[in-house]
Design a protein around this ligand. Sequence first.
Ligand code: ADP
Ligand code: ADP
Length: 225
Amino acid sequence: MSDVVLQSIVKRYGQTLAVDDVSLSIPQGHLVALLGPSGCGKTTTLRMIGGFVGVTQGRIFVGGRDVTALPPARRNMGFGFQNYALFPHMTVAQNVGFGLEMRKVPKVEAALRVRTALDRVRLGHLADRLPKQLSGGQQQRVSLARALVIEPDVLLLDEPLSNLDAQLRQEMKIEIRELQRSLGITTVFVTHDQDEALSVADRVVVMRQGRIEQDGTPDEVFETP
Ligand code: ADP
Ligand code: ADP
């Protein structure tokens, strides 16, 4: 079980109070959207969960384990970036397999897992292409496969749809939702787009100036005047 619990998290960058006493409990298998205007602390919160940014104060638990002091590689989380961050000189399969190589997963097993991950995002037929030979939506799927291939306990997605055109955004939103449900993977999804949060998440956490302003189901949050 990999529920995620944030206990009174504070993050300061010098004088800037980026995250100001955030507590949050995300049950195993839920998809929570962190929503709010630019600068409200969404990305910082996501990066603290992933371990890419250290907390100033507070604790983070995953599946009951205190991960606050662990480096990213020891948290078993998949991270999807806004701008894909694919290696341009590596094929799709190599991009997806990179994290497994880092983790010293044996080659045969790694190849199998890469294939499974690519099939999940319907890219099995493009395994040998380079990123630049793919469309934006396909590149985004590679990024998702790369996050999933390590069989993470938690999936962290930072504005995963914001570089896509409207139609692709719609498609990818549904795909991410279906994958998330079928794998039952606890997911935190950062977005500044209210409609996106409403349609994709089980629960929406609205942040403002480093604090949680609202926290509820999409209906609860958007019915509030
Ligand atoms: P959001 O993701 O909601 O746009 P961020 O978490 O990126 O918000 O930023 C929250 C606040 O922290 C902002 O005021 C931002 O300028 C500041 N901030 C973010 N990252 C850094 C950093 N590496 N160094 C200094 N200040 C930062
Ligand atoms: P996003 O909010 O989508 O992550 P930003 O443009 O806010 O994008 O931030 C881009 C990068 O710059 C991030 O790594 C963030 O941590 C860093 N950053 C943001 N605000 C500041 C700041 N005031 N000082 C230094 N670095 C910052």
